[in-house]
Ligand binder design. Structure first.
Ligand code: ADP
Length: 369
């Protein structure tokens, strides 16, 4: 009779499987949660660091292959679950229930920062994460339109102590746009901007969130200063078009956050090219390779590039970006990949900030430097 497969044999096998981004094995990273053995059948549960893990398939395949190498194994079942690690609040008042606050920034306006913040929120929610979206673009809030909730208004919480964000498509949304009427301009000085951001963070009942995405105003003004100085940010994502005038200013935003010890997660290049619907030719309207050039100059990764696509304009204008990211199109696949990469980089940063993976490979650390 064949010998009983032991839990130790399975753990030893899993010690050979590396988490591709943290560069340590799954056992050391405490990602193996349950193991059950029934004759030749082995079942394991692996806890990923985000439901939007871009390498789910690779991890699952590697786990299965490693377990199959144990003599006597006839069947393997890999169950992937996730729990998002929380970034450590660096001497800042953490916000109860929110694991990671990610700011979406740009140098110039009009480069697609709000669109990207909305797309990231929708994709991460689509992957199963708990997501909030804060429109901190105080002077030009556009998230209510992009999320199709222009006529909604946040309500007081049952005990009237906090504000309940508007919930749409499973995403909790708060925006200055809910508080001013359509054409009304917001004319505020620095202290008022500071106060508004503090209110949005601490007096909104966000509940439990894996990610709170914050759509910043463009540039390096009061909102950025408040966020970087007093809010525990997991990191920032910089959005730019390939045009030099856009990416040189976006680079300044990264420098500013870096000085405040907020890690840049990477650059997303938007409107990288337009692909003709008739002849498929790609026209690089705003120049070629600007996103990569900026990423290289700043020593941050280029997370991805998105084309200029009229579907994005329409989806944003009529509040239907959700259908767009859930579609089976090359554009949807590109957007979802960008969101997964952002989630992976947040996890990596959170792991490193908690000291859970202090020896994460030099390559990973360099990528985040
Ligand atoms: P920002 O927040 O940087 O000011 P927005 O996200 O508001 O920019 O985008 C500005 C305009 O560009 C919007 O009308 C939006 O729909 C459009 N837009 C953004 N990204 C794209 C894209 N990749 N393709 C086409 N239009 C886009």
């Amino acid at each position: 009779m064949a010998e009983q497969i032991t839990r130790e044999q399975v753990l030893d096998a899993l010690r050979t499987v590396q988490e591709p981004e943290l560069h340590k094995d799954l056992v050391t990273l405490n990602m193996v949660k349950e193991i059950s053995v029934d004759g030749g059948k082995v079942k394991v549960q692996v806890m990923l660091t985000t439901p939007a893990c871009p390498l789910k398939k690779k991890i699952s395949d590697d786990v299965e292959a490693a377990i199959r190498r144990i003599p006597g194994v006839t069947e393997v079942e890999v169950d992937l679950d996730s729990t998002v690690p929380a970034a450590r609040a660096q001497n800042k008042q953490s916000i109860e229930g929110i694991k990671n606050i990610v700011a979406v920034a740009s140098g110039k306006g009009g480069v697609g920062k709000s669109t990207m913040a909305t797309l990231l929120a929708l994709c991460l929610r689509h992957e199963g994460a708990r997501v909030g979206l804060l429109d901190a673009d105080i002077y030009g809030p556009s998230i209510p339109r992009m999320m199709g909730i222009l006529d909604e208004r946040p309500q007081p919480s049952p005990n009237e102590k906090k504000i309940l964000p508007v919930e749409v498509a499973g995403i909790k949304v708060m925006s200055m746009g809910f508080l001013v009427s359509g054409e009304q301009a917001v004319i505020w000085r620095g202290p008022m901007v500071h106060k508004a951001i503090q209110e949005f963070m601490y007096n909104v009942d966000w509940g439990q969130l894996d990610y709170l995405l914050v759509d910043l105003p463009p540039g390096t003004g009061d909102a950025q200063l408040t966020l970087s100085q007093s809010i525990p940010l997991a990191g920032i994502v910089a959005v730019t078009t390939p045009q030099e005038v856009a990416f040189t200013i976006a680079a300044k935003v990264i420098s500013m956050f870096r000085e405040m010890k907020v890690p840049p997660l990477g650059v997303i290049e938007n409107m990288a090219y337009f692909q003709c619907g008739h002849c498929d030719e790609q026209t690089r309207i705003f120049g070629d390779g600007g996103g990569l050039e900026m990423a290289r100059r700043m020593g941050v990764p280029l997370i991805g590039s998105l084309p200029l696509d009229p579907l994005l304009v329409k989806g944003a204008d009529i509040g239907e970006l959700r259908a767009l990211i859930e579609g089976d199109t090359p554009l949807a696949a590109k957007i979802r990949k960008i969101a997964r990469d952002v989630a992976a980089r947040v996890s990596l940063t959170a792991y490193m900030s908690c000291g859970i993976a202090p020896a994460a490979s030099r390559a990973a650390e360099e990528a985040l430097a």
